[in-house]
Design a protein around this ligand. Structure first.
Ligand SMILES: *[C@@H]1O[C@H](CO)[C@@H](O)[C@H](O)[C@H]1NC(C)=O
Ligand SMILES: *[C@@H]1O[C@H](CO)[C@@H](O)[C@H](O)[C@H]1NC(C)=O
Ligand SMILES: *[C@@H]1O[C@H](CO)[C@@H](O)[C@H](O)[C@H]1NC(C)=O
Ligand SMILES: *[C@@H]1O[C@H](CO)[C@@H](O)[C@H](O)[C@H]1NC(C)=O
Ligand SMILES: *[C@@H]1O[C@H](CO)[C@@H](O)[C@H](O)[C@H]1NC(C)=O
Ligand SMILES: *[C@@H]1O[C@H](CO)[C@@H](O)[C@H](O)[C@H]1NC(C)=O
Ligand SMILES: *[C@@H]1O[C@H](CO)[C@@H](O)[C@H](O)[C@H]1NC(C)=O
Length: 792
């Protein structure tokens, strides 16, 4: 029997809370104390809390945070009143005083922060379900709101306008103001600025592009940007993006992270963790200032960036990369005492002494030697346009250094000649086939950064501004020339239209999974037509034995890999047991089909060899061996309408085997008989060289038209079996003068290019060596194949 008293009283309590028992309002004359843990405001629907949050030892900030995922010491803060002036853990208070001023006081009543508002009528402070903390007067007029002074986070419907600025925190564990800023500049364009203690520069939108080229409009001076509740961000400068999980009822926040990247985070279903659903830079090394001066930044996907000092330099402060490195040598102005060390594939952005076209390396060296404060020079040779052009950029400071294997220019560092041979070029980082899948937001260098820095901002910005203008002109010129003349660079960084699909949508697109077009690597592939009429290849994964969040993180990373020789992943679907990947559809099918139907002339074969190598080189080196394919074979190389190859099924090796990977090794043998490197069999460490081996076999197959698992006829008439395709080719090349005629695919009827054939076989044989260290890296393969192309 229910107690009649409860029946009467309970609805009263639930629907009409008295002001004293309401948790989302602080009324005039009252205060919140740092010492009472219950002194917090909680929004009506429980999403947000406002109160004192610890941000260090005995250091507190008055903040607003998400209540999910549940937290006590490191909650997801979205706003802070006093990030740069933390208060004591005793006696500190936030008080709404009778005059209408909201005041934060430290111990001994020192005022640390105040809204400086004034009202004759009674006021109240309310925390809304939107995450906005608002000070109202009696009539409900807003006197102050937290949405007007964001720290590093923007919430849905929080207007970002011409007075707003997001400032990153100093590091992941130090919440005080850092060096990265997000704001509308005087051109009405949303931009990201590195505003460091020594220099400052804008790095987004790309500084070498005109604003209009970056897709921004400078005309609308309203300067308003907002993220809507569905995950659509739009700004008056025409910048817009959509969250990967576009849709309603998802908690999101846009944050300028301490690494200078701006990311949209979505709370996963169940509210256990935040996942990245959009970010401005897939490549954090393009963020300026990230590693400080005299350092090189290297990007490792899903790990983040890695900084290292350039040769002859050491870290200024071991706990703080933003201070960079300092030289360990003294270099006099005497020209005969300096020499140069070549750093391959490296670039330092900005601080040019000038641009000197048509200089030879020697001329450029002499120029740098004569200029006392020249620290080195960037040397770029553009061979693809006629006349052959070179560019020499002596640098007076070395900032924004990054290394990227696809970057074809080199940097020459000025060092004391006496000890030149003692300096080693910056080490490459090698990773094993370990799927480092962690959440993006927890994986950047976690060094505790605590340095008392003097901000010499005014001088820095003036110098930075002037230099920036010069750099901008120079780079604009360079990049334009470079782009117009460089048909080789086939990659672009931003994933254009990667999205999540609904299962029903894919079921409809494939007509109930009717038309099977292939099977392999853990799934069946169906042909389908999407609602926007694009034809897609839809792969249904079987046995994908891992959680949804992991799957999402992995798929999102694969979706970001864009290269013209990699198959485009358009999106994915994950619903309960169903896990599907949606790829672009290739009309011409796979290399295996094309080889067996004899449709490939020599020119196409060579093009396929080069393109496949480029795709793999991108996977391996752009990503620093992060993604190994582990199953290269003609079935996984698809051919587009121009007979350009596209590598497919990359990333699946660990997408399918997350559970099995232990100690950086894949315990189960992957790959296909005939194409597998010996390491798999001998249980040796798996590196990118397994893909190089398989690629070598594919090359041999491309040249000879013989599959490695097929029986081939040896010269002595004996049948030699699988694995000995290699031996057979090797024997032929060393035994006979006419080896080309012996091994070439007979269906070509003798129509082939001897020079190309010779280099393909030479490269193939290097790739299939038993000793993995003797095989070239995929990037080197590309170079070898292209060098030949250039000579012709
Ligand atoms: C909070 O901090 C603890 C200990 O420092 C850590 O183990 C935990 O993962 C952190 N939680 C989050 C959500 O960062
Ligand atoms: C600027 O943008 C605002 C908001 O989108 C719009 O209302 C206004 O018409 C625009 N003004 C111009 C001059 O385009
Ligand atoms: C996003 O918002 C902008 C501005 O309100 C609008 O023009 C655009 O169509 C929206 N995009 C989507 C996908 O809703
Ligand atoms: C520069 O160094 C060389 C060799 O170390 C020396 O012979 C020469 O005198 C020096 N020149 C000047 C101007 O100091
Ligand atoms: C470089 O030299 C070539 C011929 O030697 C010339 O045609 C070209 O204009 C020069 N480039 C520049 C930028 O001076
Ligand atoms: C060269 O390096 C060695 C050891 O690093 C050092 O002892 C020596 O003084 C250096 N010589 C010059 C000329 O800097
Ligand atoms: C956080 O960084 C600021 C600015 O660099 C520094 O003054 C402060 O001591 C740091 N705080 C902690 C707890 O490291």
């Amino acid at each position: 029997m229910a107690n009649p008293f409860i029946i009467i009283v309970l609805p009263l309590i639930l629907c009409c809370p008295l002001s004293s028992s309401s948790f989302d309002i602080l009324s005039e004359g009252s205060s919140l104390s740092v010492e009472t843990t219950d002194d917090i405001l909680i929004s009506a629907d429980g999403t947000f809390s406002a109160g004192f949050h610890p941000i260090g030892q005995n250091a507190y900030s008055f903040a607003i945070w998400f209540n999910k995922p549940s937290c006590s010491y490191n909650c997801t803060l979205i706003w802070m009143a006093n990030r740069d002036h933390p208060v004591n853990g005793r006696q500190s208070k936030l008080s709404l005083i009778k005059t209408g001023n909201l005041v934060l006081t430290d111990a001994r009543h020192i005022i640390v922060w105040a809204t400086n508002t004034y009202s004759l009528s009674p006021t109240r402070l309310k925390l809304y379900d939107s995450g906005n903390l608002v000070l109202h007067d009696f009539e409900g007029v807003k006197l102050w709101q937290s949405f007007d002074s964001p720290t590093d986070t923007l919430l849905p419907l929080q207007q970002f306008n011409k007075d707003s600025r997001l400032v990153s925190s100093r590091s992941q564990i130090n919440y005080s103001s850092g060096f990265f800023n997000f704001y509308f500049d005087t051109d009405n364009v949303l931009c990201l600025l590195y505003d460091g203690p020594e220099v400052s520069s804008v790095y987004w939108p790309s500084p070498w592009l005109l604003r209009s080229e970056a897709g921004r409009s400078t005309y609308n001076d309203t300067r308003i940007a907002v993220l809507d509740t569905l995950g659509n961000f739009s700004s008056t400068d025409d910048f817009t993006f959509k969250s990967a999980d576009y849709g309603s009822k998802i908690q999101r926040r846009l944050k300028l992270d301490s690494d200078g990247n701006i990311r949209l985070y979505s709370l996963s279903e169940g509210g256990e963790k935040w996942v990245v659903s959009w970010q401005a830079f897939p490549q954090p090394c393009l963020v300026h200032g990230s590693c400080g001066p005299n350092s090189i930044c290297i990007f490792i996907p899903n790990y983040g960036r890695k900084c290292s000092c350039i040769p002859g330099h050491k870290m200024k402060k071991h706990t703080d990369w933003s201070l960079g490195c300092k030289p360990e040598f003294d270099l006099s102005c005497n020209e005969s005492e300096a020499g140069f060390l070549k750093l391959r594939h490296s670039e330092f952005y900005g601080y040019d002494y000038g641009l000197f076209p048509n200089y030879t390396i020697e001329q450029c060296k002499n120029l740098c030697l004569q200029v006392c404060n020249c620290k080195g020079f960037q040397f770029i040779a553009i061979e693809t346009i006629q006349p052959y052009t070179t560019y020499c950029y002596p640098k007076t400071q070395l900032w924004n250094g990054h290394r990227e294997p696809s970057y074809t220019a080199d940097f020459y560092l000025k060092l004391p000649k006496a000890n030149l041979s003692a300096y080693k070029p910056v080490k490459d980082y090698k990773l094993e086939c370990s799927p480092r899948v962690e959440q993006l937001d927890r994986t950047y260098s976690k060094s505790p950064e605590r340095s008392p820095l003097k901000f010499v901002l005014w001088s820095a910005s003036v110098i930075g501004g002037i230099e920036f203008f010069i750099i901008f002109l120079v780079w604009y010129f360079l990049i334009r020339t470079h782009q117009d003349s460089c048909p080789r660079g086939g990659y672009h960084l931003a994933a254009a239209s990667f999205r999540k699909f609904v299962y029903a949508e894919l079921e409809k697109a494939t007509n109930g999974f009717r038309k099977e077009i292939g099977r392999g690597s853990g799934g069946i592939v169906y042909k389908g037509k999407l609602s926007d009429d694009r034809i897609a290849a839809i792969k249904r994964l079987i046995d994908a034995n891992h959680g949804e969040a992991e799957f999402l993180a992995e798929v999102n990373t694969i979706g970001k890999l864009n290269h013209m020789n990699l198959i485009d992943l358009w999106g994915y679907c994950v619903e309960g047991k169903h896990k599907l990947l949606v790829y672009e559809y290739m009309e011409h099918g796979s290399l295996a089909e094309n080889l067996s139907s004899k449709t490939l002339d020599w020119e196409k074969r060579f093009q396929i060899a080069v393109g496949t190598a480029k795709g793999l080189a991108y996977l391996h080196e752009e990503c620093l061996e992060w993604i190994l394919h582990c199953d290269i074979k003609p079935q996984n190389i698809l051919i587009d309408s121009n007979y350009q190859p596209k590598v497919s099924d990359f990333g699946l090796s660990w997408l399918l085997n997350r559970g099995e990977v232990k100690h950086s090794k894949i315990s189960r043998i992957r790959g296909t008989r005939g194409y597998m490197a010996p390491e798999w069999v001998f249980n040796m460490p798996i590196t990118s060289k397994v893909d190089v081996y398989s690629y070598g076999i594919v090359l041999l197959e491309l040249v000879t038209g013989r599959s490695p698992s097929m029986v081939v006829h040896g010269i002595d008439g004996e049948h030699v079996l699988q694995r000995t395709l290699t031996k057979w080719v090797r024997d032929q090349t060393s035994l006979t003068e006419t080896w080309m005629e012996e091994i070439i695919d007979p269906t070509l009827e003798g129509k082939y290019d001897k020079a190309e054939m010779s280099i393909l076989v030479k490269v193939a044989l290097q790739c299939v060596q038993e000793d993995k260290d003797a095989r070239p890296a995929m990037g080197e393969v590309v170079q070898m194949l292209l060098r030949l192309g250039d000579k012709q």
